[in-house]
Design a protein around this ligand. Structure first.
Ligand SMILES: NC(=O)c1ccc[n+]([C@@H]2O[C@H](COP(=O)([O-])OP(=O)(O)OC[C@H]3O[C@@H](n4cnc5c(N)ncnc54)[C@H](OP(=O)(O)O)[C@@H]3O)[C@@H](O)[C@H]2O)c1
Length: 300
């Protein structure tokens, strides 16, 4: 274990899929861990798709604040050396846009670092962002990256491929007997487990590489991942393809009803047609992840 016992890290996003693993990974490396959350209760609950609950000993200090409201963040950086943020919208339904959360919330944190002793800020963006800059989520992420680059602070950007938490939806569909894929599912990806990615994030925080891409050990197509999920649940694969022309039409329709859901839908549809392959930094296989979900399901 490296000696980080005098370094204090602030983790924002600690109630999320990646954030929970990251808190545990920093703690295991000896850091003093302060977390920012809007709900202390949610820290200690298991998250969706196997995000582990935190236990009291994972966390040294809990700062309860609303990252959307800078006035609630006063003093948050006191004594902090390093900031990690994975704050962003995935399944939240707060009625806020990617600009308001993925950009502005992280911008609020960067602003709090001014006149503090924070030396380095680690931010989680996405792999292959340059290929999908038309999306609101990518624009928001990359505005944070640009803000960090011009902040004068040291920065590290982690650029992960898809998370296993997103693959969990494939397991759920296979269990129900039918999987739906947007597009023909031939696009390639190597998603990564949150625990593996958390290790990459801590290594990035301590290393010299400014931008770190990270994927899991298996490169496969969406369709192969769906078939794998059926194999693990022991059912014959039944896959329904939602053609791209229909998916794009639906995105337009959803966008007319709500720009927030339209942006989210556009992201999901785009992810169904582009490759998302990065350096293999994770070691946990998707099969073992699905098998773990299946074993947990069998018990409950
Ligand atoms: N999923 C993927 O495949 C993937 C791939 C590459 C990059 N990423 C990026 O990785 C980051 C983390 O992803 P994740 O799956 O860990 O997300 P997650 O589980 O949804 O966690 C997101 C965190 O942001 C916080 N947050 C969201 N909206 C908020 C709001 N309005 N006010 C206060 N806090 C808010 C959440 O707090 P609450 O728990 O209180 O809501 C949570 O702590 C995101 O920026 C995502 O875009 C994801």
């Amino acid at each position: 274990m490296s000696d980080n016992t005098s370094s204090r890290v602030l983790v924002a996003g600690a109630t999320g899929y990646l954030g929970k693993f990251v808190v545990k990974a920093f703690k295991a490396q000896g850091y003093q861990v302060r977390v920012l959350t809007r709900s202390e209760e949610r820290l200690y609950k298991e998250g969706p798709f196997t995000a582990p609950p935190l236990v009291k000993s994972d966390v040294d200090e809990v700062f309860v604040g609303e990252i959307t409201k800078p006035q609630t963040l006063a003093g948050i950086m006191d004594g902090v050396d390093l900031v990690f943020s994975s704050v962003g919208i995935s399944r939240q339904r707060d009625g806020l846009s990617f600009e308001q959360v993925d950009y502005q919330c992280n911008r609020n944190l960067i602003d709090q670092c001014r006149d503090s002793r924070v030396k380095r800020f680690v931010y989680v963006s996405m792999q292959g962002a340059e290929n999908i800059m038309q999306l609101a989520i990518t624009q928001a992420h990359e505005k944070v990256v640009a803000s960090l680059k011009s902040s004068g602070m040291e920065y590290r950007i982690v650029r992960p491929c898809g998370y296993f938490s997103d693959m969990g939806a494939l397991y759920d569909m296979a269990k129900s007997g039918r999987a739906f894929l947007v597009g023909d599912g031939t696009n390639k990806m190597n998603p990564i487990h949150g625990q593996d990615l958390a290790r990459v994030c801590v290594e990035a925080a301590e290393g010299d590489e400014l931008e770190v891409e990270a994927g899991g050990p298996d490169v496969m197509t969406q369709r192969e991942a769906a078939i794998l999920a059926f194999d693990v649940v022991g059912k014959a694969p039944k896959i329904t393809v939602i053609p791209m022309w229909l998916a794009r039409g639906l995105v337009k329709f959803i966008g007319m009803l709500s720009s927030q859901f339209g942006d989210l839908a556009e992201f999901i549809v785009t992810a169904g047609e582009i490759d998302g392959v990065g350096p293999k930094r994770g070691t946990t296989t998707l099969r073992s992840y699905f098998e773990g979900m299946h074993a947990a399901n069998a018990k409950s």
